[in-house]
Design a protein around this ligand. Structure first.
Ligand code: HEM
Length: 183
């Protein structure tokens, strides 16, 4: 069996920080690309990037969940109260749920609206959903609500991480930031 550690393994850290950059980029690009008055070429590029990177996030989050099943998260320090553990568990589960739901809703919004998904189209992957205006409108609303919720959760998550890193200095941030020693 692999030696136990109080830190996340390199693969988990790579997935965490890589996906953090992609997710924050997707959220920022998402809110910018829907603004009126953007140059058409820039808007088209932002939409294409948003859709393709959004689907990459879906693949990565499924890989990450599979990896996490085989390599569970290291134990939290004993100083973390049961209430804090509960809050962390619920917010992390919600983040995972939204990282799956957002690309799926985005895909449904685009395909039901009859729009392209450039990467899938280039590979000849057929649309899995028929065109339907009511479905596209429902997915659009749900994608928007999910975007607001995800943004709030990301802010909460970053705030909590900084609080652990700068105020509590209890090792919770370090276990995702560095490798630490095997024991
Ligand atoms: C984790 C993945 C994703 C995140 C965090 C995300 C986030 C966002 C955000 C913040 C917006 C702007 C808010 C809005 O107007 O709805 C947005 C809009 C949009 N997203 Fe995503 N998105 C993701 C994945 C996808 C995917 C995979 C697709 C399509 C394949 C997609 C398609 C769209 C479209 C078409 C819009 C414009 C909505 C409209 O006004 O029609 N998104 N997204």
């Amino acid at each position: 069996m692999a030696p136990q550690t109080r830190h996340y393994r390199a693969t988990a850290r790579l997935l965490h920080w890589g996906m953090a950059i992609l997710l924050i980029g997707l959220i920022i690009a998402g809110f910018i690309m829907v603004q009126n008055g953007l140059p058409q070429a820039l808007q088209n590029q932002l939409f294409a990037m948003h859709k393709n990177i959004g689907l990459l996030v879906l693949v990565l989050v499924l890989l990450r969940l599979a990896y996490r099943m085989v390599n569970p998260a290291p134990p939290l320090p004993a100083s973390i109260s049961p209430v804090q553990r509960r809050i962390a568990a619920v917010s992390h589960a919600s983040l995972y749920l939204l990282m799956i739901a957002m690309p799926v809703l985005g895909y449904v919004r685009v395909r039901a609206g009859g729009f392209p998904v450039e990467s899938l189209d280039a590979w000849g992957v057929p649309a899995l959903i028929a065109k339907s205006e009511p479905l596209a409108a429902a997915a659009k609303s749900a994608h928007y609500a999910g975007a607001l919720l995800l943004t709030a959760l990301v802010v909460l998550h970053v705030g909590a991480a900084l609080y652990h890193a700068l105020v509590l200095r209890d090792g919770v941030f370090a276990r995702m930031a560095t490798g630490g020693a095997r024991r």
